[in-house]
Write a protein that binds this ligand. Structure first.
Ligand code: GLV
Length: 311
């Protein structure tokens, strides 16, 4: 009997054989680069399980090309790259990797907040370019965080982990979430630092457009470690250029991996290449979860981190 094939669309932080037993055949795209779409469809064709990353669009077209597919294990906590209803209609499980990347992502959020508040980029560049000629009382003055207000948009696992860290910095925390907290308007108006922690959905796409950015406090910092399209990047560039916002810390981009040309040249932004969960520990755990979910479903069991319900 032919073994079920598991297609892993990207190199992982651990060897898949550490998790997948001899009962499955592995097709690993052992590279850091995304596969071209046609190749993704071709290799999905014979597969019973797919480990996808957030750059792999799993839609009706891919599902039609993969008639044997029983599970899409998304190697991410966010799963906006997956058409979940289309999977459910075809009885394909969809799973994600929650919890294990919460601390890594909250830490990176704080790295962005601190980098902006204390002008790390400018300081580092000055030093490396040979421009540091000695300490000066007025050089590269940043801002204190103590006593300022941190606004958290979306108060799930990661938003709460960011809030816990705020206590150590003496910040007041406000949050807005579907279930409570302050209104979105109050969050915009009150936050000195506003950090985004909602999933991308039709409701949250461009939640930060021209009007919302204008409603933010003058000089406020906007941090996004969630998904790029939640922020209207052109509107953000305009709000920064007008000096309405004091800075932006971005780990994700509207047209990732492309970055709006108006951002790259600015000193008041810190830009990272989607590193939120990029710790050895988190990435090994994410890989382990995704692969274990595939194993489970191919054994005929229910996955532990399903985001849909399959009859
Ligand atoms: C990364 O962005 C994730 O959703 O895990």
């Amino acid at each position: 009997m032919q073994k079920p094939r598991v297609f892993i669309a990207r190199r992982l932080a651990l060897d898949p054989r550490q998790v997948l037993g001899a009962g499955v055949e592995i097709d690993l795209h052992d590279s850091e680069s995304a596969l071209p779409r046609a190749e993704l469809l071709r290799r999905a064709h014979e597969s019973s399980g797919l480990v996808a990353t957030l750059a792999d669009k799993v839609d009706g077209e891919l599902l039609d090309a993969a008639p044997r597919l029983r599970i899409v294990a998304n190697h991410a906590v966010g799963y906006d790259n997956v058409d979940v209803p289309a999977c459910t209609r075809r009885s394909v499980w969809v799973t994600n990797t929650p919890d294990v990347l919460t601390d890594a992502t909250a830490d990176l959020t704080w790295a962005l907040i601190l980098a902006l508040a204390r002008r790390l980029r400018e300081g580092e560049r000055l030093l490396r370019s040979g421009g540091f000629s000695g300490w000066a009382p007025t050089m590269l003055l940043g801002r204190e965080l103590r006593g300022r207000t941190l606004g958290i948009f979306g108060y799930g696992r990661i938003g709460q982990a960011v809030a816990r860290r705020a206590e150590g910095f003496g910040m007041r925390v406000l949050f807005n979430t579907r279930g409570g907290g302050v209104s979105f308007e109050e969050l915009l108006e009150e936050s000195d630092v506003l950090s985004i922690h909602v999933p991308l959905s039709t409701q949250t796409r461009h939640a930060f457009g021209p009007a919302e950015l204008l409603r933010m406090k003058r000089g406020a910092l906007l941090i996004n470690t969630a998904r790029g399209p939640i922020v209207d990047e052109a509107a953000l560039v305009a709000a920064l250029a007008a000096r309405h916002l004091g800075g932006a810390g971005l780990d994700v981009f509207e047209n990732e991996p492309a970055v709006h040309p108006g951002l790259a040249g600015r000193d008041d932004v810190v830009l990272l290449p989607h590193l939120g969960s990029a710790t050895q520990e988190a990435r090994e755990a994410m890989a382990r979860i995704a692969l274990s979910e595939v194993e489970r479903v191919l054994r005929g069991e229910r996955p532990l981190h399903a985001v849909n319900e399959v009859p």
